[in-house]
Design a binder for this molecule. Sequence first.
Ligand code: URA
Length: 195
Amino acid sequence: MSSKQFLLDELNKKMSACSQCALRSGCKNVVPGEGSAEAEVMFIGEGPGQKEDELGRPFVGAAGKFLDEMLEAIKLKREDVYIANVVKCRPPGNRDPLPEEAAACWPWLLEQIKIIQPKLIVTLGRHSMERFLPNQKISQVHGKAMRREIKGIGKQVFYTLYHPAAALYNGSMRELLIQDFKRIPKIIKKIQEEK
Ligand code: URA
């Protein structure tokens, strides 16, 4: 096992005992995230839904199936990337995470990013985008790679996408998401060439 994977596993084990906000008492399972600690790309969603809560794994419901299909289209497997969420415990009734819940979970997400050091962070949906790129409109910035300095992690490239759950049953958004997603390999290549 790589030292990154060891550190990430230890972090996730330790933080799974967190009870900093009220979400833990209302969920079945904590969903720390999954994938490779050596990943070049990290996907960050909003928070676990019902299926994720049942299984303790991110993106395993209908939106997850769609995400898997888009990964396959760019020849990536879940094991090649890292998939996490802004909050690790399911908000009741799938409501949006409250600002204080996202704030309580932020140090965990930051530590995950610091260990993995991905080349690219792909935010899935508006809530994930807002944590890193506040005051942006997803309709304007989706499909655009942006380099930003984030306190605690330094310079990082972000790529904002619509959330697969939102796009699943919306024909035009679905098409935009699929097209944006297909650009990921080129963006990674460009980042590598810049180094
Ligand atoms: N939606 C999310 O934002 N995250 C998940 O893990 C599943 C659905």
